[in-house]
Design a protein around this ligand. Structure first.
Ligand code: MN
Length: 213
């Protein structure tokens, strides 16, 4: 579909991988106001989640890659080739950019066109897809991420623990949901179900459509 998208699926791949003079990744400004996802995701959550958690993963990635053969690689290559602490932090950087990129308060509220067609083809209906993705998020024990991945006409849901990422398994991601407690604790405390309900309200399906290939 969109041939200009990087093979990691991140629309802002180029910007995310632009480094400063000391070869460090830097935190990109958020593409929307911190309060623009309210009432579904609070300004406070965005401020901490994007401004603090993501910033810390970037900082750790920079420290761990410095002086290693990974130093000049883009994030998606670090993810595929590294392990341990560097993998965990680099994957968390990618995962969070991928997550926040898909949100927009005034975005396209329903998938359309080829994306809708593939969701219906693979899951029966958009509603059935949402139910299955939601259930994966509810049943993922502890911390992790739920992903929608694409392989041609085939779409698949993957629930992965901690920082794990489909790129590591050479799968192409379209959508992700963070189910680490820090993603929702300030807003819905222990209620992950309420967080997931809110998550669906802020997805901009136009972004997911642009990531398709
Ligand atoms: Mn997170």
């Amino acid at each position: 579909m969109n041939k200009d998208v990087c093979n990691c699926g991140l629309l802002a791949c180029k910007e995310v991988n632009t480094k400063d003079q000391e070869n460090r990744f830097t935190l990109l400004p958020l593409a929307y106001a911190e309060n623009s996802l309210e009432p579904y995701i609070s300004e406070k959550t965005v401020r901490f989640h994007y401004g603090k958690h993501l910033a810390a993963y970037i900082d750790n990635t920079n420290k761990l890659k410095a002086g290693t053969p990974f130093d000049d690689l883009p994030l998606h290559e670090i993810i595929v080739k590294s392990s341990g602490g560097l993998f965990n932090n680099a994957a968390q950087v990618f995962n969070h950019y991928f997550y926040f990129e898909a949100f927009h308060q005034t975005g396209l509220r329903m998938p359309a066109g080829k994306l809708l067609h593939l969701l219906e083809k693979n899951f029966g209906s958009f509603e059935q897809f949402k139910e299955k993705f939601t259930l994966s998020g509810m049943t993922l024990f502890g911390s992790g991420w739920v992903w929608l991945v694409q392989d041609g006409e085939k779409l698949e849901i993957m629930a992965l623990p901690n920082a794990e990422n489909p790129l590591k398994e050479h799968k192409y991601p379209l959508l992700t949901m963070d189910v680490w407690e820090h993603a929702y604790y300030l807003d819905t405390q222990n209620a992950r179900a309420k967080y997931i309900e809110n998550f669906w309200q802020v997805i901009d399906w136009k972004v997911i459509e642009k990531r398709m290939r």
